[in-house]
Design a protein around this ligand. Sequence first.
Ligand SMILES: *[C@@H]1O[C@H](CO)[C@@H](O)[C@H](O)[C@H]1NC(C)=O
Ligand SMILES: *[C@@H]1O[C@H](CO)[C@@H](O)[C@H](O)[C@H]1NC(C)=O
Ligand SMILES: *[C@@H]1O[C@H](CO)[C@@H](O)[C@H](O)[C@H]1NC(C)=O
Ligand SMILES: *[C@@H]1O[C@H](CO)[C@@H](O)[C@H](O)[C@H]1NC(C)=O
Length: 369
Amino acid sequence: MQVTFCKLRTHQWCFILFNIILFHALLFGADFVEEYFLQSLPYVDMRVLEIKNKARKLNVEPLRYNLSKLYILSQKEVCKGEDIFLLSLIFSSPGNGSRRDLIRQTWANVTSIRGHPILTLFALGMPDPGTSQQDINKESNKYRDIIEGFFLDSSGNQTLKTVMMMQWAVTFCPNAKFILKVNEEMFVNIPSLVDYLLNLKDHLEEIYVGRVIHQDMPNRDPQSLDFVSVSEYPEKYYPDYCSGEAFIVSQDVARMMYMVFKETPLAIPADAFIGICAKYAGLIPIHSSRFSGEKHIRYNRCCYKFIFTSSEMTDEEMPLEWREINDGKACTLLETYYGLVSCKLLTYLDAFKHFNIAAIKSDAMYFAN
Ligand SMILES: *[C@@H]1O[C@H](CO)[C@@H](O)[C@H](O)[C@H]1NC(C)=O
Ligand SMILES: *[C@@H]1O[C@H](CO)[C@@H](O)[C@H](O)[C@H]1NC(C)=O
Ligand SMILES: *[C@@H]1O[C@H](CO)[C@@H](O)[C@H](O)[C@H]1NC(C)=O
Ligand SMILES: *[C@@H]1O[C@H](CO)[C@@H](O)[C@H](O)[C@H]1NC(C)=O
């Protein structure tokens, strides 16, 4: 076998090499192009300069008292004291205490990474009548990690929730360098995320990073829940924005956004809304393919040690995977490479399966009609 392998002719070698390159191009090409070639250029005009200037001069001290009235639970004191490197705001639904417990026991059970303090809080709105406020108060007294805004936590209020929580971070946690917005169905690898942020050393400002969505269009179907009318957003495309499952902004970006929130209608979906605010402030989202967006990444230990997030984590998966990636065993370059190829390939196959099932279903609907 080995003998015949060595005897391959040049064109046969070329063919094998070509296939290897093609394989990698198919698997990683899109990520590569997005990461290095699809960046648009930031633009600066007088308005942008003015926003940046105002954000820099913003003094939140006198606003604190009035703003604290907008939150049922405002945890005014949690950020006092030491500087926080990364503040994670986990967007959770009020009735989902069991998921919050699971997150507390797994990926959020980190208070510092190599000396850099990490703070994790849960972001809630008011519960619908099915859940009692008392349960939330009890949970909050026990863990002191719940912020609750004065608005109904419904699917239609998610943009408002994002605005309220950014405002909270600017007002009550101005000493947090970076703010991670993440949903409760996600798994987050905090250590690898912190490593990434530390490597941005030369510019810790104007960071808005996540899985960037290009050329998304507003939903113009009036029947739909996230309908956006032409009067609310006249343009054909949204500006590039970071997928809302998980993204990071630096404190200065949060402050700039705070300055421009009022200029964009709340009817726009939360993640596109943040993208529009970023554009107002002259910011360009930074793409990293290590954010999963809404995809569930198939588990592989070395892959999970490398990526930042994975979506749709089940209650059973979360503790298992957390334990395994925390075993202290490092991954070699080759293992990481193999892990990435394997989890990427399996994730594509999953997407393909979903796509097929969706296609079959819609065909069935078609025939049923
Ligand atoms: C706080 O609210 C009061 C009453 O609405 C208002 O008079 C005051 O100017 C507000 N303070 C600040 C700093 O906005
Ligand atoms: C968090 O981790 C520490 C050890 O790193 C452990 O002692 C503690 O019980 C964990 N907390 C929870 C809520 O699981
Ligand atoms: C959003 O929250 C406000 C304040 O609680 C509430 O009046 C409104 O009905 C909510 N909107 C939706 C779409 O749920
Ligand atoms: C709790 O969160 C999980 C993960 O996002 C989700 O699957 C589940 O439906 C949620 N349950 C409630 C009651 O909101």
